[in-house]
Design a protein around this ligand. Structure first.
Ligand code: IPM
Ligand code: MG
Length: 388
């Protein structure tokens, strides 16, 4: 093919992507309102184990949620549905990030508790299909990835509002190899998408009495998409007098998180997808690692709560899944309770988890038979709740 022909072929590929993104913009514009849980007869909570250690740890968080929501289940106000099948084996077999039947079941629920899922990449033993996480965020339009990180003894109290459906992720599986020498990926920013995440961050700041929101981009270099994200954050900030917006670049922000004097000044961070992915792993490390952090993925119609670590297939291969630490997904369960309006139960679970993880520490998780199992840890958490 001549250069011109290769360019024309690439342009066709690009045109198809643009059309799909324009359709997505229309769908976003059409969905204005958040679902009001108070108006539901019954709230359906889907429990999706995922794969690797996912089913083992999710089961424990599920047991704790059932224990805490027992009254609501008995009154018929809450129903749990266990949804199997989001395993890498099934996904590889049908060549889809989320098998159709699993997606249909998920869409019958209102909120989802989800275990980790294996994300294939080129060269793995699995076909290089799209990440199930990323697909679910897109399918359910879960635009706000909320990741809190707290280390009270060091004055760290951060809430990250990571944009979850756009940026480098929107077309992460739709890049093009023009030829053996040239490859392109795409980064997408929309007005609607930036505005809704910025608003979510400011609304959270307003609700919790925070005084500062920090936008993190690389708008000095990635001028078009990051530039748009930042300018929309500035627009949205005008609606929130009393809350200051400051603006940092991702490189220096990454450094400032390890600066003990500066980092305590950050409160709420709003940032495009990829920077949010990276910065939240760094931030979680101060709290004890990604295994200790939970994550909420919020949209207008659906919400999904997950652990932020991976599926650790090696633990399963070595027969150690029962020793996997369920703390991260239990943190996600705290966020789920808060989200569905069960603030007291969320506080209780959070308090019990802090006691079990950081204060009393009667059980230690080591990931092997030298420590407790996830089931023993979940029992310990429930006993601690009962004694509160
Ligand atoms: C996360 C994870 C995912 C992401 C992976 C598993 C696709 O790292 O939730 O942060 O990159 O978003
Ligand atoms: Mg990540």
């Amino acid at each position: 093919m001549t250069n011109k022909e290769q360019a024309r072929k690439a342009a066709e590929h690009f045109a198809a992507l643009v059309e799909k993104q324009l359709e997505r913009v229309e769908r976003m514009k059409a969905e204005k309102e958040f679902l009001d849980y108070d108006k539901l007869d019954k709230l359906i909570i889907g429990v999706v184990g995922g794969d690797g250690i996912g089913p083992a740890i999710t089961r424990e968080a599920h047991r704790i949620l059932e224990y805490l929501l027992d009254d609501k289940v008995k009154e018929g106000k809450v129903e749990f549905r266990v949804i199997d099948g989001l395993t890498i084996e099934n996904r590889a077999a049908c060549g889809k990030a989320i098998p159709d039947d699993v997606l249909a079941e998920i869409k019958q629920c209102h909120v989802i508790l989800k275990g980790p899922t294996t994300t294939p990449r080129a060269g793995d033993k699995w076909p290089n299909i799209e990440s199930a996480n990323v697909a679910m965020r897109k399918e359910l339009d879960l635009f706000a990835n909320v990741r809190p990180v707290k280390v009270p003894s060091q004055g760290i109290d951060w809430a990250f509002y990571r944009e979850n459906t756009e940026g480098s992720y929107a077309l992460g599986s739709d890049g093009v190899h023009i030829n053996d020498d040239l490859a392109f990926d795409f980064c997408v920013t929309t007005t609607e998408g930036s505005e809704r995440i910025a608003r979510a961050a400011f609304e959270y700041a307003k609700k919790t009495g925070k005084t500062r929101v920090t936008a993190v981009t690389k708008a000095n270099v990635v001028k078009t998409t990051d530039g748009k994200f930042l300018s929309i954050c500035k627009e949205v900030a005008k609606d929130y007098p009393g809350i200051e917006l400051d603006d940092w670049y991702i490189d220096i922000m990454t450094a400032k998180l390890v600066d003990e004097k500066r980092r305590t000044q950050f409160q709420v961070m709003v940032l495009p997808n990829l920077y949010g992915d990276i910065l939240t792993d760094e931030a979680a490390e101060f709290q004890g690692g990604v295994g200790t952090a939970g994550s909420a993925n919020l949209g207008k119609r659906y919400a999904m709560f997950e652990a932020i670590h991976g599926s650790a297939p090696r633990m399963v291969e070595e027969g150690r899944a029962q020793y996997a630490d369920p703390c991260s997904i239990i943190r996600a369960a705290v966020m789920l309770l808060e989200h569905i309006g069960e603030a007291d139960k969320a506080k209780k679970l959070e308090r019990a988890l802090d006691i079990c993880m950081y204060e009393e520490k009667k059980l230690v998780m080591t990931g092997r038979d030298t420590g407790a199992t996830g089931a023993q840890f979940a029992d310990y958490v429930m006993e601690t709740i009962a004694a509160l």
